[in-house]
Design a binder for this molecule. Sequence first.
Ligand SMILES: CC(C)(COP(=O)(O)OP(=O)(O)OC[C@H]1O[C@@H](n2cnc3c(N)ncnc32)[C@H](O)[C@@H]1OP(=O)(O)O)[C@@H](O)C(=O)NCCC(=O)NCCS
Length: 190
Amino acid sequence: MVNQAQNLSPQLMMYRESLSNLPDLNIPQGYELRSFCPGDEKWWERIINVTFQYQSDFKKEILMQQQFKPERIKFICCNNIPIATATAWEKDDYGKEIGYLHMVGVLPEHSGKKLGYYVSLAALYQMAKEGKKSAVLHTDDFRIPAIKTYWNLGFKPVLVHENQIERWKNISLILNMPEIFEKLTKNMVM
Ligand SMILES: CC(C)(COP(=O)(O)OP(=O)(O)OC[C@H]1O[C@@H](n2cnc3c(N)ncnc32)[C@H](O)[C@@H]1OP(=O)(O)O)[C@@H](O)C(=O)NCCC(=O)NCCS
């Protein structure tokens, strides 16, 4: 089993080669989707602090970054309070045509309802709206619910270091999904 303390490096990468065929976005009953509004900083930090277990700073990590646009920060709300988030980011490393799925979290009291899937999907729709062609993300071996969520969204694993062959094999075993390991490719052009 992979635990958080192992802190395996480099991070795992997953890639969705097209944003032209996204599945329907059906937010579960009782929840609403929206983008960032002023005042949401504290809600974003609450979600990230709890789910990533560090002291986040929306201003430093998101607001002050040149990529920031309110519509890139997606929230799923319950009674208008954000309880899940994902960000449609970009990174210089990947250029303007490839979106970067960033900072995905769902408060534990709302987990198990695929809200991570839907809030990430909303971020992918945002990327597509901006004209991006594909999407990439980084994750960690111990983030099994996240990896399953990204797989369900059509992301496939990309090998960025030889040590990840064993790591992806292990994740496939944990999820009992040999197809994940079978889809492991060496680069983002598939
Ligand atoms: C990732 C995250 C947003 C997903 O939240 P969620 O949408 O409530 O996730 P769910 O509980 O619905 O689980 C997602 C999937 O993982 C599966 N899963 C969850 N735990 C699992 C486990 N231990 N073993 C196997 N599968 C598991 C679920 O069955 C579900 O798959 P399915 O939809 O095909 O049935 C949430 O777990 C989270 O906030 N994690 C901490 C922050 C994080 O790791 N973010 C990602 C950074 S890259």
